[in-house]
Structure formats: structure tokens, C-alpha cells
Design a protein around this ligand. Structure first.
Ligand code: DQA
Length: 145
């Protein structure tokens, strides 16, 4: 199985960005944890970050035929981006929405996700483990086939 991990705006600042909310791990730390866990199950990982909505859209479009699924922390675009939602819908690859923080326990504007209705599911609030739980979910889903 081959999974594409996509990270949206400001996630390149993890480690120093509001550590009380997002923790102290950097995105590179998270990538390394995901890679270690994935390797144990023979899962291939591509791990990317962009601050640009259009770049994320392009990567989702290009994933068709290349990956078995997408793990997406769309960050603030979760709450605003019809373009990301349409890309997920158009491509039709199973996509799991993830967040480090529990978006439902935060400001009201974070309670709405435009991408959730077109995603396989949502994992929110487990910190770095949200990234690992999405991997577990794909491994379980894949085993069910
Ligand atoms: C986030 C939650 C979003 O509301 C926020 O805009 C982010 C990070 C999270 O991982 O908790 O940038 O996606």
C-alpha cells in the first residue's frame, strides 16, 4: 500500500507554533514516526507540506493512480476550501482528514469542515498520534478488502 500524507499551511512551523495547542514535535519528527510505523507494515509513504492551496489541489489530482489513499491535515484550509473538497471528490481516492488538536473543542469557526463530507473519516485531537491512527485505519481498511 502507498499513502500520500499532505500537510497544509503553517504546519511547517510545528515545534515552535503554539506548542500548547500543537505540541513540540516538528513536522520532520512526525514524518519520521509515520515512516517507522509504516515500514513495519510494508506501507510506502510520501510526505509533503505546502502553504499554497493550489499546490495541495494539484498534489491531490496527481495522486490518482499513484497512491492507494491520502492522509490530509489541510490545516486552516479544512474550514475554507471548496477547491480541496472538490479535488478529493473528483479524484475519488479514500482520504482521511486529520488534525493534531481537537477542532471541535476549539473556536466555532474550526467546528465546520468543508472536506469531512467527502472524506473516509476524520481523526482529530490525538496530537502526533492522529497521524499514526490514520495509518492504522488505512492498514485495517486495506486488510478488510
Ligand atoms: C489543525 C487545526 C486547524 O484548525 C488549524 O487551522 C491548523 C492545524 C490541527 O492539526 O489541529 O492549522 O489542522
Amino acid at each position: 500500500m502507498k499513502l500520500l500524507y499532505l500537510n497544509g499551511p503553517n504546519l511547517n512551523l510545528l515545534g515552535t507554533r503554539e506548542p500548547g495547542v500543537y505540541g513540540k514535535a516538528t513536522l520532520a519528527d512526525i514524518e519520521s514516526l509515520v515512516r517507522q510505523r509504516a515500514a513495519r507494515s510494508g506501507v510506502e509513504i510520501d510526505f509533503r507540506q505546502s502553504n499554497l492551496e493550489g499546490e495541495l489541489v494539484t498534489w491531490i489530482q496527481q495522486a490518482r493512480g499513484q497512491f492507494d489513499g491520502i492522509v490530509l491535515n489541510a490545516a486552516a484550509y479544512t474550514h475554507t476550501s471548496i477547491a480541496l473538497r472538490d479535488a478529493i471528490s473528483a479524484v475519488g481516492l479514500p482520504t482521511i482528514e486529520i488534525h493534531l488538536s481537537n477542532v471541535h473543542a476549539r473556536e466555532e469557526f474550526r467546528h465546520r469542515s468543508l472536506i469531512a463530507p467527502v472524506c473516509r473519516g476524520q481523526i482529530t485531537g490525538f496530537g502526533v498520534n492522529s497521524y499514526l491512527l490514520a495509518l492504522e485505519a488505512f492498514i485495517i481498511d486495506n486488510g478488510d478488502k
